[in-house]
Design a protein. Structure first.
Length: 229
């Protein structure tokens, strides 16, 4: 997949009618049909429409598996999900357009979502974006080889390990220019780079260099109550 073409550098092209028509006969794979039934069964009778979010995600993932990309939701696919849930198409479309987890145009194999909110910006998200651009990415577009789509997003809740990116289903945190470049290169080469924090020795969001309080809890469940005054 080479991704959509663009009229100019500042405007993302909408999916063409041919893109949409190619999914006119969309249907679940047998495995996904069973998953869809499972999702719907989680909701009480009369509330099946509440399954619209997992079903849209499932449809996007099925298209992604077929195209070896992160997937997207053409209009006929949204219509298919809406029909299964006996809901108006516009209601399903409202969900798909509200949540950024759904892609409304084709994306690449790796959807690189760079957080540009204040904590990430102060911690170096500009360097992360520069590393992406150095790999040939342009914000809001897919690279000609179909490998990467670059998007700038708002806060994704990893402020303690900023700056960060989400690439497909994985988060990469505590980034700088070099670590971002390494991750992108590894993905392009078919490798699986380490997810989460990129600072050696750090596990999650504890202070860099190790805990500074309650240090006795590092190795055991220490009871501090006798030490309180």
């Amino acid at each position: 997949m080479t991704g959509p073409t663009y009229a100019n550098e500042d405007q993302i092209a909408e999916p063409t009618p041919a893109d949409e028509r190619s999914y006119a006969d969309f249907a679940w794979t047998p495995e996904n049909a069973e998953k869809a039934r499972t999702f719907i069964a989680r909701y009480p009778e009369g509330r099946q429409r509440s399954a619209v979010m997992p079903l849209l995600d499932l449809a996007q993932r099925q298209i992604g598996a077929d195209t070896q990309t992160q997937g997207w939701l053409p209009v006929p696919v949204i219509e298919y999900v809406a029909a299964q849930l006996d809901m108006p198409y516009i209601r399903a479309y409202e969900v798909a357009t509200f949540y950024t987890m759904y892609n409304l145009e084709p994306v690449g194999r790796f959807h690189v979502q760079v957080c540009g909110t204040t904590p990430c910006m102060l911690r170096g998200s500009d360097d992360v974006m520069a590393a992406c651009k150095n790999k040939g990415m342009v914000k809001g577009k897919t690279t000609p080889d179909g490998m990467f789509t670059l998007t700038e997003v708002e806060c994704m809740g990893n402020c303690a390990t900023a700056p960060m990116v989400q690439i497909n289903d994985d988060n990469y945190e505590d980034l700088d220019y070099d670590s971002t470049s390494h991750i992108l290169e590894a993905l392009a080469n078919g490798e699986s780079p380490k997810t989460g924090t990129q600072i050696e020795g750090r596990k999650t969001s504890e202070p860099v260099g190790g805990p500074t309080t309650l240090t006795a809890m590092v190795d055991e469940n220490h009871d501090y109550r006798s030490e309180w005054k």
